[in-house]
Design a protein around this ligand. Sequence first.
Ligand code: SAJ
Length: 418
Amino acid sequence: MIKKICVLGLGYIGLPTALLLAQKYPVVGVDINEKIITALNNGKLPFIEKGLDKLFQKVRENFTATTTVEPADAFIIAVPTPLEESLKIADLQYVRNAAEMIAPLLRRGNLVILESTVPPGTSENVVLPILEKSGLKRNEFLYVHCPERAIPGNTLFEMIHNDRIIGGITEKSSNAAKNMYASVVKGKLLITDTQTAEFVKLMENTSRDVNIALANEFAKIASEMRINVWEAIDLANRHPRVKILQPGPGVGGHCIAIDPWFLTETSTKAQMISLARTINDSMPNYILTMLRNILRGVSDPVITLFGVAYKKNVDDWRATPALRLVRLIQNEGWDVRMYDPYVHNFPYNLQNLDESVTGTDCIVIMTDHDIFQEIEPSGLKVRSKNIVDTRNSLKKEEWKNNGFAVYTLGDGTSHDSG
Ligand code: SAJ
């Protein structure tokens, strides 16, 4: 019987999870970042997510935020698992630390849930041995891996409506977690073993990455052949068993650009997965080639990026392809400016719309935020009227009518194929 839940990690997954569960249980949210705790205790959310503010106001009585783990009946670990970039190996330090914090408080019959995405075998090899430091054997407490599957931008809806995978070390563990999630989740709760659950989560994100790589490769080939890939994809997707994804400036975010490496890190068999990563990571280079073609003959070009968030309508810029493009542009010796009304604390200076475009030679749409549709092309004090749309998101006629040359990634015109 769960009377109190402790959620470790109050990021993009931990916080919405904690607040959803606070509708049914008293929840303590724990984070090592004091700024997050202070913000929450002052009634402020540390990031934007659809519907989260309303839910926060609704459950505030049942939710407390603190920096130390408290005894509870269920512990949910939702901490980051970054990629150690140079090694392409998961950095499990936060998962280890979370388990270390739970171990001294663990009591017989408590439930521990790992939601963080981890390489297969992590529960068995890393988390459970730490939890056993409590003195309890693994059949004396309950443990499941229940990977989160909600998409940033629609997190709350997906947390409630998506099916979930529950990988328990025992049937009793899975059933305990299933009962807890059933109090807030409307999707199906599907039970499997722990390592399969770890594997399934990585397969999901890897499958998306590989499919995006295929779309990006189609864009490059189509352009070589002077074919508009966007029209071609629309037509191909009319086939009942074809669902090609969208090309773009590359894959960002904390999940899809990272999780495929967790799947391949110990395998000697993976080939396609790492190739897909390389293809997606090469998209900023492809955009740079477009810029070189468009700006040939322009001295000291100035480029303005619209959008540095990794995808539309979110403030998250982790692993955004914009970071790579900024560096590539700087290494050309060109000036680069950035405008993104959603993003804060970006490593480079973000400007307002007017500052970012005044005197620029080329605007590049990196992120298709809805708000960019409202920009009036006539009011922009640019030096040269060029705009590159890496997402096929613009109302092109409007820009063209205002004298802009509009270049779309993969549209099959000559600027594109390098
Ligand atoms: N992208 C494309 N073309 C597309 C779709 C996406 O270039 O057709 C790019 C986006 O612009 C972005 C990146 O891929 O840079 C990833 O965006 P996304 O919306 O595909 O996914 P995430 O990273 O926001 O969330 C994913 C989701 N996984 C799947 O859809 C399989 C989500 O359900 C997971 O919960 C999340 O990863 C996670 O936390 O693992």
